[in-house]
Design a protein around this ligand. Sequence first.
Ligand SMILES: [Zn+2]
Length: 350
Amino acid sequence: MNNTAEKLGIIYHPDYLIHTQGYHPERKERLEEILNVFEKEKILDKLEMITPEPAAVEDIALVHDLNYIRSVDEACRSDRRNLDMDTYIVPESYRVALLSAGGALTGLRRIMDKNPVKVYALNRPPGHHAEYDRAMGFCLFNNIAIAAEVAKRDYSLKKIAIVDWDVHHGNGTQHTFESDPGVLFISTHQSPAYPGTGNVHETGRGQGEGYTINIPLPPGSGDIEYALFFKEIIIPVIDQFKPELLLISAGQDAYRMDPLAGMQLTFSGYTMMAAELAAAADRWCSGRMLLCLEGGYHLEGQAGAVLHVLNAIGRWGLPVREKGPDLKPADQSLRLLEDVRSTQGRYWKL
Ligand SMILES: [Zn+2]
């Protein structure tokens, strides 16, 4: 084994900084702070920095309406500076969005070649809210959904699991795959919160019934509650599904100081989630795991969480710098667990 194979891959392109708007929470400083932390913590020698290629329109069209794709291009060329109430564009946003989806695809190709087996794409704009024919929630194209479709098309994969730990429900991803039994979608998210979808009883449609799992956690949930649902639901379902590939919508906005949400995850919680999923990837996917950045708006908190996620999946053994209070799970979470268990118990042994 050479050294490169043991490194973690990081997808990054300086053009990801071009799509930005002043004090909008989803701005370039999010990535700049992560890169600062890599340097400050002297972990660059553990990482392979990978420059992505842009996605082709035909790749994007596996998930999105061709007319919508064209409309994003046209809107960027026009004077329009918004695609919906919260989703801004700049003149170069279309090109950057192709490069963001391309970041997920470049990561996918690298992990399929096992060079290396685990990659984190620090791609912007994010993707998981983007729907078939519209932008939504800071997202233009659904990067992770496109990666899953390309994995099916180019690598003939039959079973792909997507875990979305961003604090918001991954509505676009769920809707892309809700009728597809080949793609298991599991989302933890705050409820109530934007975008309002993702209740326990959304479990998939038709052939896809049972392959959508929603865990709408009450505000204030933290390390203990996330650990409970990973242990009781998420990992058991993944182990029964036995995916060939694990994709993570890894936004860090459930972090305790995030300005757009109200969760209490600490670096210890991110360490737990990343370690559990990396172990699942090792059990079922020959180690293959692709993470894509989604949200996360507390600059230092997000960057610290990314550092802890890398530390966990790379098994570097750096000390974990934060820990949540040692409490019992909140009663509301225990009731939610019973609700998820009885709903999903029709499809999985839980
Ligand atoms: Zn989010």
